[in-house]
Structures are given as structure tokens and as C-alpha cells.
Write a protein that binds this ligand. Sequence first.
Ligand SMILES: [Zn+2]
Length: 415
Amino acid sequence: MSFVKGLKCRECGTPAPLAPVAICEECFGPLEVDYDYDAIRAVLTRGEIASRPKTMWRYRELLPLENEPTVGLQTGGTPLIRADRLAKAIGVRELYLKNDAVQHPTLSFKDRVVAVALSKAREFNFEAVGCASTGNLANSVAANAAAAGFPAYILIPDNLEKSKVWGTQIYGANVIPVRGNYDDVNRLCSEIAGRHPIAFVNVNLRPFYGEGSKTFGYEIAEQLGWQAPDAVVVPMAGGSLITKIHKAFGELARLGLIEEKQTRFYGAQATGCNPIAAAVKAGTRDIRPVKPNTVAKSLAIGNPADGYFATGVITQSGGWSEDVSDPELVDAIKLLAETEGVFTETAGGTTLAVTRKLLAQGRLNPDSRIVIAITGNGLKTLEALTLTKLESIEPKLGEFERATSLRRVAAATAA
Ligand SMILES: [Zn+2]
């Protein structure tokens, strides 16, 4: 059973039929899914949600499928970690990590959006799927398409990290590197979608796809005991995720599942690709596209599709946006690993480094309850790191003691 009324334009409100389209015919604004919230309120209670498996589908009334999901059935339910050692290191009182670096099946939050999009592709009777991607989405579409039996066409910029390319090829997808940046790739995918019956998850299925990100927000609120946090810091590429977490908290309040609360939204970018942060700092919602140049390749979208809406959420919530240099974000990857045992990719490093910067600026209240969005896994972006070169030793006790400077004790534990 579905609670979806149809699509409607986010700009002018004009309704549109439920179809694989993303753009309003009246004003060229983006379309979004329109739900019957009164009907959802009548069936969706905290108890009902708690009785269901710990996957993203426990909130299925708030997702845009007509029938039961068919793809990504195990996705969602990632940990919300109370990060006391990191909190101490950066000087805040109550800090949490929402850790989608351990998402199923491809270790990033993109598994959430792909689960919805490919389930929807099947409902629309598409026989092939695809995407334009900076890496994580490529991994997820390829893996989920393989498991669902869809051929996949994955277009990526030709400068991506090796683990993101191999982590796509391994699933047997058609991987097509494009000489250009993400914005060139995205433009090409729009053109292909107009001429070939392929469900491009973030092009013609974009209104449905984006809804999957809301489950990141629902889980945060549920894991905090049905409360929204005071502040959330979110990495921004196209700018969609931050708007969907905002939408998620708003929907839960509207349904009476959490109390209304003014959560402040903070957006994180790398200085080498900061069109949304630059707009927020300039006090405008108009995005000036940039040419990306940063190690945070998963965030390297120079012309963010949801930039206008992201700046709106950030400024209207009383939040802010900042950007950090590549060395700052790499330091933050190490800090997170060393304090919490969580290895995140460059986007996560960016988010933590921006959190520190916002604290130093006094824009983020250290006495508030803060959640940092960790959206991807560090094993995918090893190229960004330089670690100390390790020296091998001979398999001898003395060599170990020399290497570690540990001093020998009496033979108390000898076998
Ligand atoms: Zn419109």
C-alpha cells in the first residue's frame, strides 16, 4: 500500500503524475514526492516502527514505493555512536557519529538512495539502470543492480580513486569513464536518459532516489530516543542529503513521532569545491558553479543540483557552512580513526574538519547535542593519505623491543 499522492514541483507547487521524470514542465524546477501525511499518521506509530526489522524499510510508509521493496532489503540500520573520546579531543559536550561507513552493501549512505531508486525502477518496468557518479553511487548502483539482475551503465569522471573504480567493475557493470568532471558526466547522462530507456537513478529517477536519504535522518532521531539533535553537520556534494535530513526531522514532527525542534544544519565542503559554502558565506542562495580541485572527490560537484535548497535549509535553521583545505580534512580522517576507531573517507574528514572550524569560530555551540554525518568508508580513498613508512623486523624478541622501545619484565607470563 502506498501513501504517495504524486509528484509536485518544489518551486511552483504544480502537481505532476507519478512517472520517471525529475523536472517541472511549468517552470523547470525539480519535482518531489507528495505524501498523504494524514493517512500515514493514522498507521505509523513509534511502537509499529520498533516492531519491524532494523533496516531503512521500517519507515516504508515515508518512502515512495507502490509495493514492497525489491532491492536493498538489508540496507539501513547503521550505528549512531556516542563519540566521547572525539568529543573531548575537539571540546564538545555531547557528540554522536551517524556511521554509514559501514552501510550494506557498499559502505556509503548511497546504498539508501539506490535501494529506493532501483525498487522504483522495477515498478516502472525499466530493464536497465545507471547513474552519474563521483564514486560511492557508482559502487552502490553496480552492486545493487547485480543483486537485482539489472544491467547497469555507470558513468564516472576518469580521475576517480582506484578502489571506487574497481569497486564498481567487480560487479560486472558497464563502467564508462568520461574525460571531464562530474558536471560533464551528469550532463551526458541527462542526454542519454532522453534517448535510451535506462533508469538513471540520479537523473530521471531523482525525485524518488533522493527520498532514500531521509532514512539517515529518521534513524538519527529514533536512535536518540525519538528526538532530533540540536545540530547536525553534513557533507555536501550536490547538496541533497542535508535537505533530506531536514525533511526527515520535519516529517517526524508533523507525524507526532518527535517533538518540534529547531535543529541547526551545518554544511561541510572542501575549499577546492565549495560552491554551497561560498554562497552561505556571501549571504545568497544563488550558487556560482566552480571547477573542482580537491582530494575529496566524492564531494567534487562544481554545480550542485540542490545547492539552492541546501543554502535555504542552512540559513533558515540558524546553521552555517564552511570549507576546509585538503591537509585539514586528511588530519581529521586520522583524528576520527585514532579517537573512535572509525575510518572514514575524505567526505567524512571534511565533515569533521568543518566541525572543528565551526567550533573555533563560535558558530557551533559546544554545549549542544551534535551529530556528525559519516557517509563513506576510508578504505575507498586510501590515495588521499600519507602514513609513516613501516620498517620490518626480524622475528626476534630483541628486534620487537628495539622497534617499540618496550622494556622487558620478569618472565611472569612465559609459557
Ligand atoms: Zn514548477
